[in-house]
Design a protein around this ligand. Structure first.
Ligand code: DGJ
Length: 720
């Protein structure tokens, strides 16, 4: 790892483990030269800059381009001078410094280092001399990951007021357009479907305006070469460490350059930057791999698992939980909860989670959000007592909250009708009969902190599920003046992050899991505060193969909550066998979400076995390297397979799923990946020993049972 500056040619060379990222100061502009496989630094890198020095701006590859002076592509930023309404600025190189480590981002989640040796950061200051606007571009290069973390910081050093109209986190101008866009889109209960399509002239634009990173479009865009597959070829990833509205776009210009930018969505955004004010953009993580999409994913996984997620649970294996949501919905009482927890404890499950419905008068989803006190009808002895009773069974107790929301039918709303996002004189659009609390307000943040603090300090709660079940509408705040109303969506996120920082610091031992109607906020911003996420409200084992496959393109398996649920499945009515449901859920952060008391003795034996198998393998699954073997998004989509390999390659576990039985199926071999070709591997409890080379070249012979919804699991251990 290193950051080099070649004084003579004014070239910056950012070198990570396997990659180089190179750009130059060119007539004061930062001109992008190269990003890809590592290049030796001891050579004349200026010849990489094949464009002409006096090239016109419209074709100059740049690092943080402006708009309005000849570059007609989408810019990285736009600033308005409040005085005269003009929108022209010209950012010119002023100075730079190279720092060991990585400075914190003010008020925003970001990747971090634990020691200064892990990364270096280049800070380049650009200046618009006319206004005094300064922009600092931050580039952190990690030693152990092929990642460059970028962000920009705006500072109004001048005397006059400015207004940010657009402030993206990063732009990269690629020198050709022979790429395909790969990204994750979907819907509620159908999150993270892998999409792939060629770029063409014009813009491929991914965005969302929902005030959450969303089920519909993940804040992730990858450019891959047409021949890139799971294991080979170039893949570039852009991911925004942010949980609100974003934009990610790839624009192919007439000269066949491709401009990729990612950042806060400029739609309905502006930010006042008075004299001496500053504004920090969220961080974008840029990952390069020439080992295909799998290589890209493994880079993201390791970075996010070890240098984005934080806290005491980061490196620990996660408890197997049972959640009562699909077991009871709102209809439960203390005894029912205790019964489920008791069976759970008997089966080896480690954590019971009490979901929605324990507070206010919450017998359905039309009421009580905001009233965070026990419903004494359901819990006559209170939460503390219930948590203790559950603990006495030998199992931890976890609790669901949806802190960011307010029901119009709640004591809180009656007391503070102006505490929700709203616009005076306009309808307050409800979704799931609820409004969004205005977290841009300090008093709302404080109220939530005090309320949660009270409950979490009173009862022995080991885990919190932090849910959020609707998007923003009528984005406005009663607290802020007219000029700041376009800041509210972002101020909300800053308020949320501030609150999460306070709560997670106050309760460092509690394991937090984020959720937004499933995967509506599965993003790196939330992972910074909460190391795991409820992946989807769709718990069907067949649907989950796609959802978990897609989610794993960016996010680590330790973060991917996956539960066994009842059949017929509550979302799609399917009836996969308990084994398949278990195997799919075991491919993630494992748990159950059904009424355990309804299991037959035979089913309980299967569950006991699943719990035991998961405990034996969870460190491998949660912390090992993921290799995806078969994609449900390719071919007939009938087969999905993935495997996990330990760091030292001595252990691996392989999962194979097939949706429908195949008449006269061909003989099958599963080509494995990530093993050591010189190792010998023993398969499970059989006497079968294979060479790593055999498994990765000839493949593992498999013969799935010829029924629908089948699954196979293979364990391999190195033998000497
Ligand atoms: C949405 C979540 O995704 C579910 O798991 C459950 O917690 C419900 N909300 C409760 O309202």
């Amino acid at each position: 790892m290193a950051i080099f500056y070649h004084e003579d040619s004014k070239v910056f060379h950012l070198q990570s483990k396997n990659t180089s990222y190179i750009f130059q100061i060119n007539n004061g502009y930062l001109t992008h030269a190269y990003w890809g496989k590592k290049i030796n630094n001891n050579q004349d890198l200026s010849s990489l800059l094949f464009h002409q020095k006096d090239d016109f701006l419209d074709r100059l590859p740049q690092e943080y381009p402006q708009y309005g002076s000849g570059d007609h592509r989408s810019p990285s930023y736009q600033v308005q001078l409040v005085d005269d309404g003009s929108r022209i600025t010209e950012l010119i190189y002023k100075e730079h410094s190279i720092l060991p480590g990585k400075p914190k981002l003010d008020g925003l989640p970001a990747t971090y280092v634990e020691s200064e040796q892990e990364a270096d950061t280049l800070v380049i200051t650009l200046e618009d001399s006319y206004t005094g606007l300064e922009v600092k571009l931050n580039y952190t290069v990690y030693k152990d990951f092929d990642v460059i973390a970028r962000s920009a910081n705006f500072y109004n050093k001048g005397e006059k007021s400015l207004k940010l109209l657009r402030a993206l986190s990063a732009t990269v101008d690629f020198h050709d357009s022979n790429y395909e866009a790969l990204y994750l889109s979907g819907a509620w209960s159908r999150e993270a479907y892998v999409q792939r399509r060629p770029l063409g002239p014009g813009t491929t634009s991914l965005d969302n305006k929902r005030g959450a990173s969303s089920h519909q479009m993940n804040p992730f865009l990858s450019l891959v070469r047409p021949n890139t597959d799971e294991n080979h070829g170039e893949a570039y990833g852009f991911n925004l460490v942010y949980s609100g509205s974003f934009i990610a776009e790839a624009e192919v210009d007439p000269f066949e350059n491709t401009r990729v930018s990612i950042g806060l969505n400029p739609f309905d955004f502006s930010w006042e930057l008075d004299s001496k004010d500053s504004f920090q953009t969220p961080e974008a993580t840029l990952v390069y791999s020439n080992e295909g999409i799998g290589g890209l994913s493994r880079n993201y996984h390791k970075l996010y698992r070890t240098r984005l997620a934080r806290g005491v649970h980061r490196d620990k294996v996660r408890p197997i939980l049972v959640n009562n949501w699909e077991a009871t919905y709102f209809d439960f009482n203390e005894d029912k909860i205790e019964e489920i927890a008791k069976v759970g404890a008997d089966l080896g499950i480690e954590l019971f989670v009490l979901d929605d419905g324990w507070f206010g008068k919450r017998d359905d989803d039309t009421t009580s959000l905001g009233d965070w006190f026990e419903d004494r009808k359901k819990l006559p002895n209170g939460l503390e007592n219930l948590a203790k009773r559950v603990n006495d069974l030998g199992i931890q107790f976890g609790l669901w909250f949806e802190p960011e929301m307010i029901s119009p039918d709640s004591e809180l709303y009656r007391k503070h009708p102006d505490w929700c996002l709203h616009v005076p004189g306009r309808r307050r659009t409800l979704a799931r009969t609820q409004s969004v609390l205005d977290l841009s307000r300090q008093d709302v943040q404080d109220y939530l902190f005090d309320t949660l603090h009270g409950i979490l300090s009173r009862a022995p709660i080991s885990y919190v599920k932090w849910d959020m079940n609707r998007f923003m509408t009528e984005i406005g705040s009663a607290q802020w003046p007219a000029e700041k109303q376009q800041e509210i969506a972002h101020r909300y996120m800053l308020g949320l992050y501030k609150l999460l920082e306070r709560i997670t610091n106050a309760f460092p031992n509690i394991l937090f899991e984020s959720c937004a109607s499933g995967g509506g906020r599965f993003d790196p911003g939330m992972l910074y505060y909460m190391p795991q996420t409820w992946t989807s409200d769709d718990t069907d084992a067949i649907e989950r193969q796609k959802i978990q496959y897609g989610t794993s393109i960016v996010y680590p398996v330790s973060a991917i909550g996956a539960h066994v649920s009842a059949v017929p499945n509550h979302q799609v009515g399917r009836m996969p066998p308990l084994k398949t449901r278990g195997d799919v859920a075991m491919s993630g952060n494992f748990g159950y979400e059904l009424d355990l008391t309804k299991f037959t003795e035979e089913e309980k034996e299967i569950v006991k076995e699943q719990v035991k198998t998961y405990k034996e393998n969870r460190s491998l699954i949660q912390q090992g390297d993921l290799y995806r073997l078969k994609s449900p998004f390719e071919g007939k989509g009938n087969e999905t397979s993935w495997m996990f390999v330990s760091d030292d390659k001595s252990e691996a576990i392989v999962f194979y799923f097939r949706v429908l039985a195949e008449p006269e199926a061909p003989y099958k071999r599963l080509i494995l990946h990530g093993l050591d070709e010189n190792f010998k591997y023993k398969q499970g409890t059989t006497d079968q020993v294979y060479g790593g080379d055999f498994l990765m070249q000839a493949g593992l012979p498999i013969s799935p049972k010829n029924t629908d919804y089948t699954s196979l699991v293979f364990k391999f251990r190195q033998v000497k």
